[in-house]
Each structure stands twice: as C-alpha cells, then as structure tokens.
Design a protein around this ligand. Structure first.
Ligand SMILES: Cc1ncc(COP(=O)(O)O)c(C=O)c1O
Length: 403
C-alpha cells in the first residue's frame, strides 16, 4: 500500500477516536498510538465470545482462548523475523528490559561494565543502573554528537571484552534518531557482550528483522504500534532465553512443583507467570495484522514525508533532530525562551496533542542544556493538515509569548 495524504485520511476512518473527536490532531504517537476498530473489537469480542483462562481448561472455550493467545505469539515472531518460541509477552518494553536485567543477575564473570548510549529512555537506563549496582559493574555511555547522531568511533572504543551488556535504542523517542543497531550489536558480539535493543520506537516505526540486526534481545511495546496498553514483547535468541533465569514465579511458568522446589516450563511460559493479559495479547495480533496490511516500509516513507513537510514549515523553532534520512517521524523542538509545557498547552487549546517535557530522557536533556523539548511524533493516520494545525499553534504560541 502506498500512503499519501488522501490514503492517510482514508486510514483515519478506521480509528473511532477521530470520528468521536472531529477536531483532534494527535501528534503524540511516540507516547502511545490510537487504536483501530479491529483492535478494539478484538478486545470486546474476546470477552463477549471467547473469555476463559488459558493453558488450564480441558474444555473447548479455554482451548480456543489458548490457541488465539499462542497464535498471537506466532504473529509477533513472524512480524520481527524471530524463530519459534523466541517471543515472550510482557506488559510493556520497560518490563521486557527489566526481565533481561534480572534474568542475567550474577552471571557475568571477568566483566567490568555495561555500555548504553547518552540518548536512552529511562526505561533502558534505570534498570541497568540498578543491575550495575547489584553486579558491581560500571556504566559507560556512547556519546551523542552535536548533530544528534551517535558517535560510532566512541562506541568502538567503549565496547570491549570487559563489557557485559550493550543496550541501545533503535530509534530515539527524544530525538527521532535512527541508530545503526546492527553495527552496535556486531561490536557487542565481537567483544563477547550481550546486546539488547530497545525497540519501543523501532518496531512501531520501521521494518524490523531481529536476525538481520543480530541482536540478542529486542524489547518493544504493543501500545505504541496500534495495540492495547498492557502489551509488550521481548524477543530473545532461543539459547539465551533457555539460559536466562525467570523473574516472576508462580502458576503457568512451572513444569513440576514439589514442596521443596520447582522446575520451569518451556519458553515462553517460563517467563509468563500467572494469568496474562489474554485479551490484550490477542488484540496485539490484530494491530500487527493492520500494520502488515499498511506495510512497514510504506509507514516509514509516509512518516518521512510528514517529517519533511514539518521541517520545511516549522521555521522559527530550534530543532533537535538529525535530519531527513537519519530520523523517524519524531520531531523535537523549542521556541526561544518558551517552556515546552507552555507550547504544548497553547497547542492543546486547538486540540493539537504534542508532548512537552523531558521525554523520560532527563540525562539527555541535561546534556542538551534544556529543561525539555516540545515533541511532535507522527504515524500512518497523520496528514499534512495535522501539521498545518501544529504550525498554526506554534505561530500563535510565539505571538502570545513575544507580546
Ligand atoms: C525509546 C523508548 N524506550 C522505552 C519506552 C518505554 O515504553 P513503555 O512505557 O511502553 O514500557 C519508551 C516509551 O516512550 C520509549 O520511547
């Protein structure tokens, strides 16, 4: 499918929120996306006609729910090029990253450090800070250059045979930068370090093939890619998931329990203790079906067109973006001497939703010397008219604060 402005308008009709809020200009897609009717229906259909707990009942209803939930794992595996049983469902990208950080506690011998990048979201930083404390490791950060891209020479210097884990974002939620994660994962592999890609923005905005990236782990959230909140994914290489210790203990994740001890179930159940978000997991499959129909390449191209249009039309703002070809459809900006929250509040008066703040990247904001930025982030249903409204709102904010 080729997405252009009229196709985007057509796609919009699949999203009920745009019918119930006619003037809504939703440009906070990096935070969470809107949901198509098919996803909303999948949730209610599950409760209306398939509701039962999974993996437990011998009766048909339970078996049907189990089959749908397991089929959704397959759909996700197929979407990111993973192999059989290499996908674990979690609540969100944050939980996926925590799962890995706890799973490898006390397993590193002769290692000194963990390498992250200066543009990480707190979700791919704070778990590693805690991991470093628990495991007596040092944190190192790959530098972000003035042009908002990563310094790959610095990456080569910092990733060494003393590195335990390299964790880097695929696409920065704060800058839009698309990182060369293939290269970073290859440096990690050459040094004998584990690699984790934070794909919270990656899987939503680009075509992902985990085998071609060469990562050991890839973490992402369903709600940032048309799926329900409370759905997340951890991809891991089969042998690493086998080696990794579980993090939550209880029902479903065991194969045998005695009064003294327990043995673990196969993957993914080993990491999915307790009753999961069954309706959410099933609906995530619908979200992926929708994205596949639109085509990830087409979505990437359309976001790029929208970014180009926004860059050309947002003239009087300072942009924190590496530029076309190096960025996904995420544009951070500031008006001189105006707080990002004030810009976002003025835009909200026109029903334009953007994010203003530190974007869960406080250390990066400190490095950039700003309290925060305003951020517009696009998706397949956004149009040039949405950006016109954004520009109109920015011009108005300028007038208000320049008076
Ligand atoms: C790059 C990145 N990593 C991680 C996260 C965390 O995602 P979640 O809140 O769904 O766990 C986000 C959310 O904004 C993100 O943009």
């Amino acid at each position: 499918m080729r997405i252009d402005n009229s196709k985007a308008k057509e796609l919009r009709q699949d999203f009920p929120i745009f019918s119930s809020r006619k003037n809504l200009v939703y440009l906070d897609n990096a935070a969470t996306t809107q949901k198509p009717e098919a996803v909303i229906d999948a949730i209610s259909d599950y409760y209306k006609s398939s509701n039962a707990n999974i993996h437990r009942g011998v009766y048909k209803l339970s078996q049907e729910a189990t089959e749908k939930y397991e089929a959704s794992h397959k759909q996700v595996e197929n979407f990111i090029g993973a192999g059989n049983n290499e996908v674990v469902f979690t609540r969100n990208a944050t939980e996926s990253i925590n799962l890995v950080s706890y799973g490898f506690d006390r397993t590193f011998k002769g290692k000194n450090d963990i390498v992250l990048t200066e543009m990480e979201h707190h979700s791919n930083m704070v778990p590693w800070q805690q991991f470093a404390k628990r495991n007596n490791l040092r944190l190192k950060y790959i530098r972000v250059k003035e042009d908002f891209t990563l310094d790959y020479d610095d990456a080569e210097k910092k990733i060494t045979d003393k590195t335990a884990i390299v964790a880097a974002s695929h696409i920065s939620n704060a800058l839009g930068t698309v990182n060369d994660v293939k290269m970073i994962c290859s440096l990690a592999a050459k040094s004998g370090a584990l690699s984790l890609v934070d794909g919270a923005q990656g899987a939503a905005h680009s075509e992902v093939d985990v085998k071609s990236i060469g990562c050991d782990f890839y973490a992402f959230s369903g709600h940032k890619m048309l799926g329900p909140t409370g759905t997340g994914v951890l991809y891991g290489k089969k042998e690493l998931l086998e080696a990794m210790a579980p993090f939550n203990f209880g029902g479903d994740m065991i194969s045998k329990v005695t009064y003294e001890d327990a043995e673990w179930n196969s993957i993914p159940m080993k990491f999915e203790a307790g009753t999961p978000n069954i309706s959410g997991g099933i609906a995530l499959s619908e979200a992926i079906g929708y994205l596949k129909k639109a085509g990830m390449k087409s979505i990437e191209r359309w976001e790029n067109d929208l970014l180009k249009y926004a860059m050309e039309n947002m003239k009087n703002v300072k942009k924190y973006n590496p530029g076309l070809g190096k960025s996904a459809g995420i544009l951070s900006f500031n008006l001189d001497n105006v707080h990002a929250h004030d810009v976002a509040s003025i835009l909200d008066m026109h029903d334009v939703c953007i994010r203003g703040g530190h974007h869960c990247a406080m250390p990066l904001m400190n490095k950039l010397g700003v309290a925060g930025t305003a951020r517009a982030s696009f998706y397949l249903y956004n149009t040039y008219e949405d950006i016109d409204m954004l520009v109109k709102g920015i011009n108005e904010a300028e007038k208000v604060f320049r008076r």
